[in-house]
Design a protein around this ligand. Sequence first.
Ligand SMILES: Nc1ncnc2c1ncn2[C@@H]1O[C@H](COP(=O)(O)OP(=O)(O)OP(=O)(O)O)[C@@H](O)[C@H]1O
Length: 436
Amino acid sequence: MKFYDRKKELKLLQDINEQSRNSACFTVMVGRRRIGKTALLLESVRGEKFLYLFVSRKSEVLLCEQFQQDIKESLELDIFGRVDNFRTLFEQLMIYATKTHFTLIIDEFQEFDNINSSIFSDIQNIWDRYKEEAKVNFIACGSIYSMMKKIFENNKEPLFGRLTSKIILKPFNVSTIKEILKDYNPGYTPEDLLAFYLITGGVAKYVALLMEAGATTFNKMIHYTVRPDSPFLSEGRDLLISEFGREYATYFSILQLIASGKTAQNEVDSIIGKNTGAYLANLEKEYSLINRNKPMFSKPESRNSRWCLNDNYLMFWFRFIFPNLSMIELGKNDMLEKFILKNYEQYSGYILERYFRDRIAESEDITDIGNYWDNKGENEIDLIALNRFEGKALIAEVKRNPNKINIARLYEKVASIKKQLSHYTLEIKGLSMQDM
Ligand SMILES: Nc1ncnc2c1ncn2[C@@H]1O[C@H](COP(=O)(O)OP(=O)(O)OP(=O)(O)O)[C@@H](O)[C@H]1O
C-alpha cells in the first residue's frame, strides 16, 4: 500500500528536524500499536541522515551488538571494540552529534524497562551533558500508553521534563479512509465504507490488511475478518494481554460488557460482582481505552454518564470475537460469520452515529460534539454539534435507513432542551447511510 495522508504530522516532524540543526530536540511519539508510528517516522526522514534502533526484548549485550551494527551501517560510525551496555553507545552517539547532525529514532522505547531500567537515567545524564552542543533530532517512539506515560510524565522518573515535543498519533480520519477505499474499490457502497470504518477504525495496519487481501466490499471484509487464518481473530488479545498483566481477566470482562452495551458502572458492577470503579478509571486514564461519555449540556458534577470503547476495532473484537473464542477453537468460523451478520444491522447502526460524529468533527467548524439523553431515558438525540462562537447547532437523528428517521419526534426531543439551545440557530435533520 502506498503511503497515505499524515500531512500535518510530516510537516511537524520536518519542522522539529529543522529546529534540531540548531539545538537538540527530544520528541516522544506515542500511539496505539499498529497505528503507523514507524512508517510515519521513516517517511519523515527519507533522504536524511538517520539511525533507527528497535528495542526488542533480549539481553542488553545482544541488543548492543545489534545496535553497533546498525550504527555502523547507517552512520558509518565504527565504535571501537565490543560494547555491552547502552550507556556507552548513547554517549558515543551524542559525541558524534556534536559534529554531525542526524535523527535518532528509538522504537519501542519503553522496552528498555524490561532490559535494564537504569538505561533511562543513563540517557538523562548523557542528554543533560551533551544537549547544548549536540545537533540531534532524538525521537523516542512507543506503543504501550501507560508505560510511555510513566517514563515521561511521572516526576519521579528520570526523563521527566526532558521532552521538547510530544506527538500522539491518531487513526486515519474519515476522509483518508474514504480515499483509500476509493483507490481499491472505486465503486464502493455506503455499506462497504461503514464496514471498513467499523472494523479498522482507521488503524493503518488493519486498513492495509483488508485492502491488500482484496477485501474491499462489506461481505469480503466480514469474511476475511473471521477466516481461520485471519490476523483479526487474535489481534485483540495480542494487543491487550501485555498491558493488563495478571488482572487481564477482569479487564477483558469489563471491556466485553461495555462493547455489548452495558455502559453504566452499576450494570458492570452487578455482573462482575464487585465495584469496578478503579478498573474503569485505569481503563480511562492509564490505558486510554474507554471514555466517559456525558450528555451534551450536562453539568460537570452530573453522574449521568456512559462508558464507551473509543477504538472501533477493539469494540468489534470485544462485541463479536472475544465472546465467541470457543467457536473459533472448534473451527466453526462460518458460524461466527453468521453470528456477526445476524447482529450486524443493530451494531452498525450504533457505529454509524460514531461515523457521523467523526466526520462532522473533522469537516465542519464546530466547537463541541456529542449526543444527548435525559435521566429518564425518554429523550435521546444521536448527534449534537455546536459552534459556540457563531451560535449554530446541528442536531441530527442517525439511522441506517432514511425511512426510519422520525423528524417530528426529533423536534419534540429538541423542544425538551430548548432552554439549553436558546442561544443557537438550529439545523435539525436526519442522517442516514445515503449521507455518508
Ligand atoms: N500512512 C500510511 N499509509 C499507508 N500505510 C501505512 C501508513 N502508516 C502505516 N502503514 C502501514 O500500516 C502497518 C503498520 O504500521 P507501523 O508498523 O508503522 O505501525 P506501528 O504503530 O509502528 O505499529 P507497532 O506498534 O505494532 O509496531 C504497516 O504495514 C505500514 O505499512
